[in-house]
Design a protein around this ligand. Structure first.
Ligand code: FMN
Length: 173
């Protein structure tokens, strides 16, 4: 079992998947349960999560994210949506919208780490046409798709990506 630090280090964006290796329901459940343990503003969890496993729908999603054919290849695509009304009701328009966006991106990044811990791989797709995705999946009008996270068993060793040295992005005051 990896430590938390090892789990983080072993998360890399994977863009090739074994299309015939289904993600076990128990693993998917564990990923979602773990992800929703993420903190959220006022404990409101101002997001909705939609899990797309249907092969036809995954292929249809590519239409709204044309550079990402791998959405069809991965057996699971999790659509993380902000549900701003939940937090706007409590915190007002400006803070509520910001908190919903933050809640949604935190839960999505927890899901990516949980996927690694479950022996799976994932990729974050932010480049997609949100309105098209919402219409295709019949999402409620109140939610806004923020991130598509593909999940599956990897079929590639991903490229390691560079990081900016801490000295350039961290300042101790
Ligand atoms: C907000 C956000 C949006 C992203 N959008 C895309 C995307 O549209 N397509 C894609 O292939 N990768 C996308 N990525 C993945 C990044 O390219 C990737 O995380 C980055 O290159 C670092 O590589 P790593 O994930 O392997 O550490 C996105 C990541 C984030 C956090």
């Amino acid at each position: 079992m990896w430590s938390f630090f090892e789990t983080v280090r072993n998360r890399h964006s994977v863009r090739r998947y074994e299309p015939d290796m289904e993600v076990e329901r128990e693993k998917l459940h564990a990923i979602l349960e773990t992800a929703t343990a993420a903190p959220s503003a006022g404990d409101l969890q101002a997001y909705q999560i939609f899990v797309v496993t249907d092969a036809v729908q995954r292929q249809n999603l590519v239409e709204f994210s044309p550079r990402h054919e791998f959405i069809a290849e991965a057996p699971v695509c999790i659509v993380f949506c902000a549900d701003p009304q939940r937090s706007v009701d409590r915190f007002g328009e400006q803070a509520g919208k910001l908190f919903a966006m933050q809640d949604t991106t935190i839960v999505a990044s927890y899901a990516q780490l949980a996927a690694v811990a479950a022996g799976l791989a994932s990729a974050w797709v932010g480049d997609f046409e949100a309105k098209g995705v919402a219409a295709l999946l019949g999402l409620p009008a109140k939610v806004e798709p923020i991130a598509l996270i593909t999940v599956g068993y990897p079929a590639e060793l991903p490229e390691l990506t560079p990081r900016v040295p801490l000295t350039e992005i961290v300042e101790f005051l």
